[in-house]
Design a binder for this molecule. Sequence first.
Ligand code: HEC
Ligand code: HEC
Length: 350
Amino acid sequence: MKPGDRMRLITLLALTMLTAPAQAEFNGEQLYARNCAACHGMDGKGGVGVPLALDDFLASVPDSYLFKTIRNGRPGRVMPAFTNLDDEQIRAIVGHIRSWGPPQPSLSGSPIKGNAGHGKLLFDKHCAACHGANGEGSPGTGVTFSRPRDLPILAPALNNPGFLKAAPDQMIKQTLMNGRKGTPMVSFLEMGLSESDINDIVSYVRSFENENGAATSIQLEAETPVLVYESSYDFATTVENVKKAAIGKNFRIIREQYLDQGMVEPGTENTGQKMVYFCNFQLINEALAIDPRVGLFMPCRVTVVEQDGVIKVMSINPKYLSPLFNNSYLNRACNEMYDIYEAILEEATL
Ligand code: HEC
Ligand code: HEC
């Protein structure tokens, strides 16, 4: 596939995820295949998302947890909110996930009252190494792709508003008591904690609700999908300026080509429209480590076009990717890329 095609494909995929109209069908298997399999795997073994076909997982969560997780997603943690599915469709998906393992447990709905202060001490000691000092989760998600990885499955965020809204106290407790066999999440009863210690930790995790959970749901403000600058130079000079500015920002120029090159007869390309491709391997590797999907937007490219005598320089707006990716770790990289693009466009046109 050509880079341009790949770009179009992934944009389409991302947009479909955001805006797909409600489908008039209630076949859980098909709905799962269309909406979830790309991240959780066709058979629920995991991917960019965590595994779902796990006996210990399914034995510890009520259907309402699955339902709310699908409806509200996990803001800033890749897992989207499926606002485009209606209740019946979500229930069909829940039914399909259930077919992989035990029926839902009957958990008592009563909240757990432990000592959150003591729970914090235990959390710092036993949980923070994987789930983050403030429960913000591993940098990276699921079982594949994110690099580097220190765990076969990366730990989910526990301070996430989507998780906290979906998870009853008793489910969190079950997870700590039993662990999830086949994952790095072990039984803390077996690790020597008492049931009362575990209650204290549950109370501490619950207290994230009042604190910084919302921080993970911040999205970058992007006014436009594309950054556009008008150049005060002629076409050829502007193209050279773009290359110089990119090199000045530690990028390597990969190639330049006409916008319609390969799509029209050689020699008949519109010579007033050019794309400059450049890349910086360190930056790419850093971004890939956070979210493999950015690979689909690499290498960086800037387009120079001549329109009615006006020379315009354009690039994608990296901040615009923030809501599509729903990955708070990626926001920092998007912000950095935004600054770099702006600097290059400014330098090339001023
Ligand atoms: C060695 C790393 C590691 C440690 C230590 C660890 N966890 Fe986990 N935890 C994980 C992983 C990985 C998962 C996801 C398992 C899966 O695939 O379902 C998980 C899942 C969970 C879940 C379920 C979250 C969800 O989205 O379903 C909770 C709750 C949880 N852990 C709490 C804790 C607490 C509290 C501690 C400390 C007492 C702790 N964990 C210690 C790695 C760890
Ligand atoms: C773009 C990738 C992506 C898609 C699409 C996606 N998920 Fe997720 N999902 C994730 C990630 C990543 C997590 C873990 C979040 C974390 O690490 O904090 C997750 C978590 C979950 C959880 C919580 C698991 C647990 O251990 O508690 C459930 C349930 C879930 N997803 C179900 C679904 C279903 C059902 C669909 C389709 C309707 C879906 N997901 C679509 C990425 C995705």
